[in-house]
Design a protein around this ligand. Structure first.
Ligand SMILES: Nc1ncnc2c1ncn2[C@@H]1O[C@H](COP(=O)(O)OP(=O)(O)OP(=O)(O)O)[C@@H](O)[C@H]1O
Ligand SMILES: [Mg+2]
Length: 143
């Protein structure tokens, strides 16, 4: 088991740091390169949401990413202390966005690339997204 934690200010440049950390930790596990690419996308979407929506693009909010690797998979928690989400079920609907310029696909990517997604949010207090990606065993006996 391994665990890492990264806390950074809500600035777009820091999305890359979170992606690097995810790739590095996932690389210690039995994930394939395509698996790792998908994990990076899911982490980017959650961190971007924290910056863009949680802090409304203000550069001075804290975002925290905690990742835990175990024999079965990788758990990622992304947290912000920003505006929060009033209606989580609505926010998670495909193509829902509070911004007409955006596609509203961030949660869709997280859902499809990870094996579990939980969104906990308190309006006015912040948001915590927890997602888990399992290591899928590849059978080397398969023809
Ligand atoms: N951390 C957050 N804090 C506050 N609101 C959030 C947060 N994450 C998501 N939301 C809300 O949920 C909505 C849906 O998020 P989602 O990532 O699916 O789409 P989007 O960010 O609007 O568009 P896209 O991700 O395609 O650019 C957002 O428009 C926003 O209203
Ligand atoms: Mg988004």
């Amino acid at each position: 088991m391994n665990r890492v934690q990264l806390r950074f200010l809500s600035q777009a440049d820091n999305v890359g740091l979170a992606r690097l950390m995810a790739a590095g930790l996932a690389g210690q596990g039995n994930f394939t390169l395509p698996d790792i690419e998908e994990i990076k996308v899911a982490v980017s979407e959650a961190v971007s949401n924290a910056i863009i929506h949680g802090y409304d693009n203000r550069p001075d909010g804290w975002v925290e990413v905690v990742m835990e690797l175990d024999a079965q998979g990788l758990t990622v928690v992304v947290e912000d202390w920003g505006v929060g989400i009033e209606d989580v079920a609505q926010a998670r609907e495909p193509a829902f966005s509070d911004d007409p310029e955006r596609l509203g696909l961030g949660f869709v990517f997280m859902e499809s690339f990870m094996h579990g997604l939980e969104v906990a949010s308190t309006f006015g207090k912040g948001t915590r997204v927890r997602m888990r990606r399992l290591i899928t065993e590849i059978s080397h006996d398969a023809q």
